[in-house]
Design a protein around this ligand. Structure first.
Ligand SMILES: C[S@@+](CC[C@H](N)C(=O)[O-])C[C@H]1O[C@@H](n2cnc3c(N)ncnc32)[C@H](O)[C@@H]1O
Length: 259
């Protein structure tokens, strides 16, 4: 379970309770801690990347787009801005979905255009046919049987000729790595990440540590861990091929497959 615990301000006495362990187990309610900080710390980079890598593909969609693991909707928004076909956003974590749904509150065109599904992809009932399926920052987070099910869902949900796109994963941060920092008013928010093997398993436990600091010092430290199942690109290609999809047009930063 992730730990949520205010850290001692610079001048405060040491906290009475022990500091959280460096690698807390994943929270039974995933993204409970992370959702608060996700857009603030990741939106500008993820949005630029989605505009660069996905907007043109979304513009070519003629039937519909399905995004699996939409999170807070940073990528969904870029997809929806780039097309007039329906965009189906699948997001099972309530904390992330809260931000995702709130994103459309101020825009009735977007509300007509985007549909949000609260179940995990393995429980998703058939949606209208789609010709683009997008999985960004998702695949490592799925246990191998769920990941293989994702490929067979892609085969079932995509129209013939439709594309499945999966982003390429980056390097594993073996030491704490600062990812992003943003100032709001007089308060600085930052996130670092570190990954470590989970004993006796192929999983890696990624721990995100959020620090909130004012001029007086750290006012809050929170962390959340996620267990990921690293998978090589070759393995993804082989699994997707055995689900019945072919290699698609090469695209920088993405693995692309065609139904
Ligand atoms: C790291 S976030 C990425 C969110 C978004 N794609 C982005 O790049 O900003 C991964 C998301 O996948 C969702 N997810 C995890 N397992 C899933 C599943 N089985 N089906 C659908 N979504 C899932 C999580 O709830 C989470 O919001």
């Amino acid at each position: 379970m992730s730990r949520t615990q205010p850290s001692a301000a610079a001048r405060s006495p040491a906290p009475a309770t022990p500091r959280p362990s460096p690698q807390p187990a994943p929270d039974p309610e995933p993204y409970r801690v992370t959702a608060e900080f996700y857009d603030l710390l990741h939106r500008s980079r993820y949005r630029r990347k989605a505009q660069r890598e996905l907007a043109a593909l979304a513009r070519s969609a003629r039937a519909g787009i399905l995004e699996v693991g939409a999170g807070t909707g940073i990528v969904t928004e870029v997809l929806a801005e780039s097309t007039s076909v329906p965009v189906h956003a699948v997001e099972p974590a309530r904390a992330m979905r809260t931000v995702l749904l709130s994103r459309w509150a101020g825009s009735s065109p977007m509300r007509r255009h985007v549909r949000v599904y609260p179940q995990p992809v393995q429980e998703l009932r058939p949606v209208d046919p789609v010709d683009l399926m997008v999985c960004v920052n998702l695949v490592d987070g799925l246990a191998p049987p769920t990941r293989r099910l994702l490929w067979s869902r892609a085969r079932a949900l995509l129209r013939p000729g439709g594309l499945l796109v999966v982003d390429r994963t980056g390097a594993v941060p073996r030491r704490p790595k600062p990812l992003s920092a943003v100032v709001v008013g007089d308060t600085r928010y930052e996130v670092t990440v570190v990954a470590a093997p989970v004993e006796g398993s192929r999983r890696l436990r990624w721990t995100f540590r959020y620090t909130v600091t004012t001029a007086e010092g750290a006012v809050r430290e929170e962390q959340e861990s996620f267990d990921l199942w690293p998978v090589e690109e070759a393995e993804v290609r082989a699994e997707v091929a055995s689900a019945g999809l072919a290699a698609g047009p090469p695209q920088p930063g993405l693995l692309v497959f065609r139904r």
